[in-house]
Design a protein around this ligand. Structure first.
Ligand SMILES: [Zn+2]
Length: 239
C-alpha cells in the first residue's frame, strides 16, 4: 500500500519518494502527495523528477483496484524510472487547490440542502450533488445565499480518524453524520465543518470555509421525478 501523505496534509505541494515498481503506463511509489481519483474528486496531475533530472508529467492518479496501491499515470515512458530510484514529486497545485475548494463547497451544499445525497462529482471549475427530494423543488437563490453566508463565516474544517468501534460507541456522533460511514474499516476519517456538517470522507479539503470563496448555483435540474441536481461554480468564473 502506498503511504498517502495528502491524508495528513492536503496542502503539501512537493515531497520525495522512492519508486516501488513501474508498469507500462503506471508508476508506483512508496508514498505520495498525489490524490487518486475517488469519492467524486479527480486524481491529481503533476510531475515526477529523478535525481538525474529526467522528468515525467503525470496526467492522472488512481487507485489499483487489485492491491489498493496508488498509481501515477505518466505522459511518457514509465520505464525511464526503476525500482528504488528516489524521485521528487510536485502536484499541479492550482488544479488541486480548486478541487479542495470545490470539494469543501459540496460538503456545505450537502448541509444546506436537507435531502439525501444520491450522487456527486467535481472538477476544478464546478461541482454537483444529486438529491432525492421526493420531487420537491429547490430554490437556487436560497441555496446560493446560504452557501455564501457559510463561506463568509469562515468556519474551520477539520478531520480526525476514528475506528468503527469508537463510532458505534458514540450514537450521538452517528446521529449527526450526514453520510453513513463504512463501519467495517479499521479507521474512518471524519470531516467536520464546525457547526455545519460532519461526514466520513477520504477527499482533500481546505482548512476554513472562507478559502472556498464566493459560490454561485449554476443550475438546478430535474433528474427524474424524485431527484434534483444542483450544480455549483466559483462565482469568479464565467459569472
Ligand atoms: Zn470530503
Amino acid at each position: 500500500m502506498t503511504r498517502a501523505l495528502y491524508d495528513d496534509d492536503a496542502y503539501r505541494r512537493e515531497a520525495r519518494a522512492s519508486v516501488v515498481a513501474t508498469y507500462p503506463g503506471a508508476i508506483e511509489l512508496d508514498q505520495t502527495i498525489f490524490y487518486p481519483l475517488g469519492g467524486g474528486q479527480p486524481g491529481d496531475s503533476g510531475w515526477l523528477t529523478a535525481a538525474d533530472g529526467q522528468r515525467l508529467r503525470i496526467t492522472e492518479t488512481r487507485r489499483d483496484k487489485a492491491n489498493g496501491s496508488i498509481v501515477h499515470v505518466p505522459e511518457g515512458d514509465a520505464s525511464i524510472f526503476s525500482p528504488g530510484m528516489p524521485v521528487k514529486l510536485e502536484i499541479d497545485w492550482a488544479r488541486r487547490y480548486c478541487h479542495m475548494r470545490m470539494h469543501s463547497a459540496l460538503h456545505l451544499l450537502s448541509a444546506v440542502v436537507r435531502h439525501g445525497v444520491t450522487g456527486g462529482n467535481l472538477s476544478d471549475t464546478a461541482g454537483r450533488l444529486d438529491f432525492d427530494t421526493n420531487g420537491d423543488m429547490l430554490d437556487p437563490n436560497d441555496i446560493e445565499h446560504e452557501l455564501n453566508r457559510l463561506v463568509a463565516e469562515d468556519r474551520p474544517i477539520t478531520n480526525r480518524l476514528i475506528s468503527g468501534g469508537e463510532l458505534a460507541a458514540q450514537p450521538e456522533l452517528i446521529k449527526t453524520l450526514s453520510v453513513k460511514p463504512p463501519m467495517h474499516l479499521p479507521s474512518i476519517r471524519l470531516v467536520a465543518i464546525e457547526g455545519v456538517d460532519l461526514q466520513p470522507c477520504g477527499g482533500t479539503h481546505v482548512r476554513r470555509t472562507g478559502e472556498i470563496g464566493a459560490l454561485r448555483v449554476a443550475k438546478v435540474e430535474s433528474k427524474g421525478a424524485r431527484n434534483r441536481r444542483v450544480v455549483l461554480a466559483f462565482a469568479e468564473i464565467g459569472s
